[in-house]
Structure formats: structure tokens, C-alpha cells
Design a protein around this ligand. Structure first.
Ligand code: PEP
Length: 258
């Protein structure tokens, strides 16, 4: 089967409402030619989600995502947002397990698993991020770490919810550093992830699962990364803040024949 490319922008803590609306509008226009071939996503800050939702037309290849969420549906959790509220706002999905959440906010595998299961049960698409640090890579522990992150979550996903889970492999040393994994480095881990999914789920689910690469993806390196057989697009940080550059990344995916 041939998987569609999914290229999502993680806007992190950038852009007020007006700037988010303008960026979303520019992305929608600039990616129109690739719309049938590439699923394009945008993940603004919480306060801009409603404006971006208003700006982005409802289309199966245009996704609006939250950057986080809390697993409980309601209660005494000051400052948190539930997945049901993201859904209520019109979100299509949510990014979970990002290395910034793991490192800065000390989110554990167990907590991320709770979030993933709750978000999937709320009918959101989940972009589940995994990745090793430089120290872990250099000490030969890449798969031990990434495989452990996968094993903490995927076995718990019910068969009927699996199609909603995207895995994003994001080596921590490549995020926001300008240092990208080589296509060979990225492909190696993507293949390991897909093989593990086949063991945990089944061969069909593994063949269908979208696995994005993230870590300093830019217009000038996207084509070679997306040409790898197990890389199904990207989760893009810095380069997603510029609509023209982001559109070039999407065009690079659209140009690849699978
Ligand atoms: C990210 O935030 O997920 C990311 C990959 O960022 P950048 O593209 O800036 O490295």
C-alpha cells in the first residue's frame, strides 16, 4: 500500500492570534497545489487555535492540532486543557510526547501513554513523538531509548484506534539545532519503528502507519529525507513559521512518487 505524506508544522510558543491567522491563511493558499497528495497540519498555541480553525477550511488533508492536552476529561486540574475541549474547539489532532514536554516539563513515558490513550479515545489524531538525545545516540542506545518509548504506548492502543496514531521520530539533537539526521540515520530508525509496530500490532497496521521525521527539516533537506521508504513526511518546527518555506517542504513531499 502507498502511504500519503503528512507534513505538520509545530509552531511551539510563537505567534499571537493575528499572526497565527495570517500564517494559517498563507499556508492554506501556498499549499493548494499539493493538497491532494500531502496532508498538511498546523499546531498553533492554544490561544490561537480557534482563529486558526476558523481560517483553515474543513478538508481531510488539512489538520489543525493542539500541542498538548491533559488526560482527565475534567476536574481540579488548574491550567490544563482536556482532549474533549480540543475536540470541542474543532481540533483534528494533538501532538504528544514532544521532547520539549519530556525534557522541560518532565513528562514520563507513563504519563504520555495516559495522554495518548485519552486523546485517541476522544477521536483525535495523535502525533506521538519519540527520539533519543545526543548522549544516548553516541553511547549506542538509540534503539533502546526509542524502542522503550514505543513500547510504553503502542501495546496499549486498541486495534480500532490504531489508524489515528502517527509516530514522529525526532532525534532530540536535531530539534531546533540546525543539525539534521542524515537520510540513512533517519531511515534506519524509521525502519526499526515500523518493524516493531509489526510485532506489537500486525504487518498491515505497520505498513499503514504514518511515521514522520522531525528535526531541522527545511526546504533544502526535505526531498532527500522524504525519499526514504519509511519516512512519510515531517514534523517541522522553525521552518514551519514561514509559509513560503513550509510550502516548499510540502511541495518536496508532493513531488515524490510512491
Ligand atoms: C519540532 O519542534 O518538532 C521540530 C522538529 O523543530 P525544528 O524543525 O525546529 O527542529
Amino acid at each position: 500500500m502507498s502511504r500519503k505524506f503528512h507534513v505538520y508544522g509545530n509552531w511551539k510558543l510563537h505567534n499571537n492570534i493575528a499572526a497565527s491567522r495570517a500564517l494559517a491563511d498563507a499556508v492554506v493558499s501556498a499549499t493548494a497545489d499539493s493538497r491532494d497528495r500531502v496532508v498538511t497540519g498546523m499546531a498553533p498555541v492554544f490561544t490561537s487555535l480557534a482563529a486558526v480553525r476558523e481560517t483553515v477550511p474543513a478538508h481531510p488533508h488539512l489538520m489543525v492540532l493542539g500541542q498538548n492536552g491533559y488526560p482527565a476529561p475534567k476536574g481540579a486540574f488548574t491550567g490544563e486543557i482536556s482532549f474533549a475541549l480540543l475536540k470541542d474547539l474543532g481540533c483534528d489532532g494533538v501532538i504528544l510526547g514532544h521532547s520539549e514536554r519530556r525534557q522541560i516539563f518532565h513528562e514520563t513515558d507513563a504519563f504520555i501513554n495516559e495522554k495518548v490513550q485519552a486523546a485517541l479515545a476522544t477521536n483525535l489524531q495523535v502525533v506521538f513523538c519519540v527520539g533519543e538525545t545526543l548522549e544516548e545516540r553516541e553511547s549506542g542506545r538509540t534503539w533502546e531509548v526509542v524502542g522503550g518509548q514505543i513500547d510504553a504506548v503502542l501495546p496499549h492502543v486498541a486495534a480500532d484506534l490504531r489508524a489515528r496514531l502517527i509516530v514522529a521520530y525526532e532525534p532530540v539533537w536535531a530539534i531546533g539545532t540546525g543539525r539534521t539526521a542524515t537520510p540513512a540515520q533517519a531511515q534506519e530508525v524509521h525502519k526499526q519503528i515500523r518493524d516493531r509496530i509489526a510485532q506489537l500490532w500486525d504487518a498491515t497496521a505497520a505498513a499503514e502507519c504514518i511515521i514522520q521525521y522531525g528535526g531541522s527539516v527545511k526546504a533544502d533537506n526535505a526531498a532527500e529525507l522524504f525519499a526514504c521508504p519509511d519516512i512519510d513526511g515531517g514534523l517541522v518546527g522553525g521552518a514551519a513559521l514561514d509559509a513560503a518555506g513550509f510550502a516548499k517542504i510540502i511541495a518536496a513531499a508532493a513531488a515524490i512518487q510512491r
